[in-house]
Design a protein around this ligand. Structure first.
Ligand SMILES: [Zn+2]
Length: 223
């Protein structure tokens, strides 16, 4: 049965590999497909995202989700980064909010969350929040309004990081711990950074490139 299901998925995988290599010259997708897990959800229909970096730049996914990528659970007391993505952003490069929102927390993660380093957590409405981790500098404060494309900080390698990169996670109904146990996001569910539909069966993969310009042209769901 395993062989059969793999064969069924091969055409889709091939399409992704071609797209990844032809649009930005990065290595073709190499990670395995990631099945959806119970309890995970996509973004609300019509919810628009921008790339978390400046227009004209492109970045590669250095860690996607799946068996060799981010793993996580949807337990109510833990961070749920199952569908988080790492991008190869450079030290000091501006990190932009992926959507309009309000800053819920900006500063160092601590306690059980310390490995995130400096973080910004932004609430976007409809229960959706975004997390930007391992930042070098944090450029906003809790309560600040940010526009889509507004800068929230700069990329870095703070916390448990091995070289500068951006860790981006999307959540639905996430909570913020801020007490003796430390400061960081927990609970809720990990949100797929993808539209409903065909791509949802495939999953973003390590090696895939994302370009800010291409995303804007696409109008919505730019990944
Ligand atoms: Zn990460």
């Amino acid at each position: 049965m395993k062989a059969l299901s793999l064969l069924a998925l091969l055409p889709t995988l091939a399409v992704v590999a071609v797209l990844a290599s032809s649009t930005c010259g990065c290595a073709p997708a190499g990670e395995t497909l990631t099945p959806l897990e119970a309890g995970t959800i996509g973004l609300p229909p019509g919810f628009e995202l921008s790339a978390p970096w400046e227009e004209g730049r492109r970045h590669r996914i250095t860690k996607a989700y799946g068996v060799r990528g981010h793993v996580g659970t949807n337990r109510p007391t833990h961070s749920n980064d199952l569908y988080a993505l790492d991008f190869n952003m450079e030290q000091g490069e501006p990190v932009l909010s992926v959507a309009d929102g309000r800053v819920r927390y900006a500063g160092p993660a601590s306690g059980g969350w310390a490995s995130y380093g400096n973080i910004v957590l932004v609430e976007h409405g409809q229960g959706v929040s975004s997390l930007y981790a391992h930042l070098d500098d944090v450029g906003v404060s809790a309560g600040d309004r940010v526009a889509r494309g507004g800068q929230v900080g700069t990329a870095g390698d703070s916390g448990g990081s091995f070289g500068a990169h951006l860790h981006l996670a999307l959540y639905k109904d996430v909570k913020l711990a801020d007490g003796p146990g430390g400061t960081g996001p927990y609970g809720g569910t990990s949100v797929l950074p993808e539209p409903f539909g065909e791509t949802r069966r495939v999953g973003l993969t390590a090696g895939q490139c994302i370009e800010a310009e291409a995303r804007r042209e696409a109008g919505h769901f730019p990944w």
